[in-house]
Design a protein around this ligand. Structure first.
Ligand SMILES: Cc1ncc(C[n+]2csc(CCOP(=O)(O)OP(=O)(O)O)c2C)c(N)n1
Ligand SMILES: [Mg+2]
Length: 1005
């Protein structure tokens, strides 16, 4: 059967041009293979074949205009066996997915076995305790006779009936201030507690010792003891029992360590034999090789640290998107599902950061059951209590439960168990609930007698409850986060949980074990020096086998290799597959696509106009035809695809949606319909630049965290890029991210209408501050193509640890053919675009970038034709790259005053060229000013300093004085200043172009 392939619904567009024909008569193609590419003035989109078969007739050619319904080609239907196989495969996959979903939902709905509820009312506001008792007894009877599921059902039913009847229901965001897991349901740790306790003590000691020692060398070095002291058990239980390392059989769990606990990780690595005593002695002394970095910094310790977390809030957000990206890789069939987990450690103070909690609803919505947060609630941050007047644990529980997380509170240690058991009236629990964190903190600073009086003393019954206990016994009543049994039980439950992310909220003591020098006191965080008495106390508190003399010398403690502690510690890690943290990469490089894939962009577009954004989108479309690159591309967009003309990607490669698409999209008949699919490739992030950036970082570091090289391309409004997410971009540099950031709608005067908050005139300056960020401001499609391809080659084939920032514009104009031999200059940062050498004796060097280069080109023409001034026009694709090279060369020359002076690339370009430089961009003047020192010429810069505002491009360029008229007039004036021309030409030009000399400088307007 022969079928017509026609233009489907292409939205609001009519009469769009065919820019590519991708099939020939006789070609055998598959369903959904592209037949032609259409391009409107805003976007390009491929038309897919509706069926598999052979092309029998072509009815169009490049350049034809078509509309909905136009006949493109005819195809003879021949269902290939491959497609049938694919269909079968798809069905198998679908049924697999369904069965996995079923298992998951069964897990979610499984009700844990529970103990009975209290059978006595504790509340004084109970009007009828007998009636209450009856209710509770009935509930107990249901639990006993029909099981907890039935009890749950009944309660839910009663609650929903009550709600319908209009009853005011209690707030259920929080549960009582006790551990989530009842003692009877705790899974017991299989570990040897005695040995683990010793190991933990040595790690505690060594981590404190390294900080104290560093500060003996110089108090400039700083460091923290209190953070790790509070978190040691939380880490140790993970290290001994849960965290599986990467090795050839398993991808590895990923652990985001809280930045300030870094000394604890070094101390453990020391016992493991991975770090030497010499290295510990070099904590925070990194300038000479071999030092240990203050915090987790992969850039500085590339074989050790994986995730930069110390800028608070970044870790939690990046980790959520990391967990999501791991599912993305699995759902796209690029990685096996091995049940890997992402563990994230953060401080309770850190949760003040909007970034920390900003994406927790996404984690629940995406059902990230591969994600486990551990929040160390030591109730303190740097200055004092986190929530002195409230309870951070309860507040966090409410937020996380509200967002849909599985919450596991680990508040009380085992010593509390008998007391809670003896608390038949619930009064102890009531007291636990009513004490605020400021009091809890004070209690841990002031000792057992104080706790007896202030905590238990409030109610005679509670005082009685602890009457047989000594003050020391009371002091020993431990917090959950310091109890390895409680922590183990919580981690075990977190590992088992399915269907949603888990947060373990653990209560600890800041500076645990530091005694008077820093336990639970407001100044704990800053404590980095311990005097002799403090150190002796610390040793005794944890029974570290060091003599007084050794303590005075602040020696580290490491038992012999054949000691039971070291054997145990190593054996545990062996069982768990290796050491953590450790950073490595086994990813194979991606071969850069052949040059011809971008060949189209090297030719002139003739009359046809397009923006560099469109050129980029077309390039990406082409790349999706390259078998090496296509599956690895990760287009990331925060709700701006239509702004950038990228909506064609929706249907073509699908939007990633972990549950697929449960609805028929409103625009399903259209070519760019909103297609969500489980194997979708586009990450449509919604309105979250920080989230999108975190996705980008996850993909850009996939080569090390998942051993698969990916090519993330994150396209955003350039103004909402570095300015909004600068700290993440800095962390990306630290993490050695590889990928593309595309600042679209760039340029202060190019994004005309949107105004002050949108118009970007400085993102390149921000990008230039990141040492491993390579940035470009191309004007023409061929520049974009050369830069993009080189980026692919350098980052993903050659594995250079750099990332690219490229600006793209939305101004449509025609693009010339690539000048011969321009490639090298495009990449280095400048090349000669055009030369006027026929008219005058006066010469200028005219430099420009982005769309403003076009103003410079137009100005050059006027200067030549009307003023007999010849120009060399330089397209400066990267002032930033030129500056880097200029600085390096200058430094080498200064270091070698005796040798022949080396020339920078800029100097080489300009050495035989005459005249002053006029540099003009759509960015602040300091952008082009960067190269001023390396030019050896008079230098005048024009730029867009000041707040943007909305108007037409023409008016804006006039306002910022970067239009061709201002370029001409200022050039003439500069030539007068250089005494190369009389001043009347400039004066005349100012008049001719109505340039108001009294106008204020734009930064003041
Ligand atoms: C973005 C950012 N702001 C400020 C700091 C400085 N700072 C370091 S630790 C700290 C307090 C941390 O308190 P918390 O999160 O409770 O951690 P703890 O040490 O108590 O475990 C602050 C403010 C930082 N590291 N990052
Ligand atoms: Mg804290």
């Amino acid at each position: 059967m022969v079928l017509n392939i026609s233009v489907p619904d292409i939205g609001d567009f009519d009469s769009v041009e065919i820019i590519e024909v991708l099939v020939k008569v006789g070609d055998q193609i598959n369903k959904d293979d592209p037949v032609v590419t259409l391009e409107s003035d805003k976007s390009s989109v491929e038309v897919p074949s509706p069926i598999s078969g052979k092309i029998t007739e072509l009815n169009i050619k490049v350049g034809d205009k078509v509309s909905k319904g136009s006949l493109l080609a005819k195809i003879q239907n021949e269902l290939s066996s491959v497609t049938e196989e694919e269909e079968v495969q798809r069905n198998i996959l679908l049924s697999k997915e369904k069965s996995i979903e079923k298992v998951n939902s069964e897990n979610i709905n499984k009700v844990k076995s529970i103990k009975k509820v209290f059978n006595q009312s504790s509340s004084t506001d109970d009007a009828d305790p007998l009636e209450t008792k009856e209710w509770i007894e009935s509930l107990n009877a249901v639990i006993e006779n029909d099981g907890p599921s039935r009890a749950s059902y009944l309660l839910n039913k009663v609650v929903s009936e009550a709600y319908t009847a209009g009853l005011v229901l209690p707030d259920t965001r929080t549960t009582p201030y006790i551990n989530t897991i009842p003692t009877e349901l705790e899974v017991k740790s299989p570990g040897n507690q005695n040995i683990e306790k010793k190991i933990r003590a040595y790690i505690r000691w060594n981590s404190a010792a390294m900080v104290v020692k560093a500060n003996k060398i110089s108090s400039e070095l700083g460091g923290h003891i209190g953070t790790f002291a509070s978190a040691a058990t939380l880490y140790d239980v993970g290290m001994n029992h849960f965290w599986r390392a990467k090795n050839k059989n398993f991808g590895g769990d990923l652990i985001y360590f809280q930045g300030h606990s870094a000394p604890g990780m070094y101390a453990r690595a020391f016992l493991e034999g991975r770090l030497s005593e010499k290295q510990l002695d070099r904590f925070r002394q990194e300038v000479d090789a071999g030092g240990l970095s203050s915090y987790p910094h992969p850039w500085l310790m590339p074989k050790f640290w994986q995730f930069p977390t110390v800028s608070m809030g970044l870790g939690p957000l990046m980790a959520i998107y990391q967990a999501r990206f791991l599912k993305y890789l699995i759902n796209r069939g690029l990685l096996k599902d091995e049940g890997r987990k992402i563990w994230v450690f953060l401080g309770d103070g850190e949760t003040d950061e909007p970034e920390s909690l900003g994406a927790i609803s996404l984690a629940a919505r995406e059902k990230l059951d591969n994600l486990i947060f551990v929040i160390n609630c030591n109730l303190q941050r740097l200055d004092g209590p986190v929530r002195g007047n409230g309870k951070i644990i309860q507040e966090l529980e409410g937020s996380f439960r509200g967002a849909g997380w599985n919450v596991l509170k680990v508040i009380w240690g085992s010593y509390w168990d008998p007391l809670l058991k003896a608390d038949k009236t619930g009064l102890l629990m009531k007291r636990m609930n009513e004490v605020v964190d400021g009091e809890y903190q004070a209690m841990k600073a002031k000792g057992g007698a104080y706790v007896r009086e202030k905590f238990f003393g409030k109610y005679p019954e509670l005082k009685e409850l602890v009457s047989t206990m000594t003050d020391n016994d009371i002091w020993k009543l431990n917090r959950g986060g310091h109890d390895p049994h409680k922590v183990y039980a919580a981690y075990h439950a977190a590992m088992q949980h399915r269907g949603s992310p888990t947060v373990v909220i653990a209560k600890t003591v800041k500076g645990y074990g530091m005694g008077k020098s820093g336990e639970s006191i407001n100044t704990t965080h800053q404590q980095k020096k311990l005097d002799e008495q403090d150190l002796l106390y610390y040793r005794d508190r944890f029974n570290v086998p060091l003599t007084d003399e050794q303590v005075r010398n602040i020696e580290y403690y490491k038992p012999a290799e054949n000691s039971e502690e070291i054997k145990y510690l190593k054996e545990r890690r062996k069982q768990l597959g290796g050491f953590i943290p450790e950073r490595s990469s086994l990813a194979t490089p991606i071969k850069a696509p052949p040059k011809d894939i971008f060949e189209n962009f090297m030719k002139s577009t003739g009359e046809k106009e397009m923006s560099t954004t469109m050129a980029l989108v077309r390039m990406l479309t082409n790349l999706l035809r390259d078998k090496n690159v296509a599956p690895r591309l990760v287009p990331i967009i925060p709700d701006e695809a239509r702004t950038f003309g990228m909506e064609g990607f929706f249907r073509k490669i699908g939007i990633y949606a972990h549950e697929g698409q449960k609805y028929e999209p409103e625009d399903s008949a259209q070519l760019s319909s909103y297609k969500e699919t489980k194997s979708g490739q586009v990450l449509e992030e919604g309105i979250t630049e920080a989230g999108a950036m975190s996705s980008w970082i996850a993909a850009a570091t996939s080569y090390t965290n998942h051993d698969i090289e990916m090519i993330p391309v994150y396209v955003f409004y350039s103004m909402f890029g570095f300015q909004r997410i600068g700290d993440f971009a800095w962390a990306a540099g630290d993490a050695q991210a590889r990928g593309f950031l595309i600042g679209a709608t760039a340029g202060r005067t190019t994004l005309a209408g949107e105004g002050l908050q949108h118009q970007d005139g400085h993102s390149h300056i921000l990008a230039s501050m990141i040492p491993n960020c390579v940035s470009y401001d191309p004007t023409f499609a061929y520049e974009m193509a050369v830069i993009f391809r080189e980026g692919l080659r350098r980052m993903h084939e050659k594995k250079e640890n750099i990332f690219y920032y490229i600006t793209a514009m939305n101004e449509n104009y025609s693009h010339p053919e690539k000048p011969d031999g321009a490639d090298e200059g495009i990449l280095k940062g400048m090349y000669l675009f055009k030369e006027y050498k026929n008219k005058g004796k006066i010469k200028i060097q005219l430099m420009g970038s982005g769309t403003i280069l076009r103003e410079a080109i137009a100005a050059a023409k006027i200067l030549s034709e009307e003023y007999s001034v010849d120009s060399d026009i330089w397209s400066v694709t990267s002032f930033n790259e030129l500056r880097k090279e200029g600085m390096e060369v200058e430094r080498r020359n200064l270091l070698n005053p005796n040798t022949v002076k080396e020339k920078s690339y800029i100097e080489k370009c300009l050495e035989k060229r005459e005249g002053p430089i006029i540099a003009v961009t759509d960015y602040v003047r300091s952008f082009s000013d960067q190269i001023r020192p390396y030019t050896n010429k008079s230098f005048y810069s024009l730029g867009t300093d000041g707040f943007g505002r909305s108007d037409t491009r023409k008016n804006l360029r006039k306002f910022f004085e970067v239009d061709k008229e201002h370029i001409v007039a200022y050039t003439l004036s500069a030539l007068a200043k250089e005494q190369l021309l009389g001043s009347d030409s400039a004066e005349k030009a100012f008049k001719k172009y109505n340039i108001d000399k009294k106008k204020e400088f734009p930064t003041k307007l």
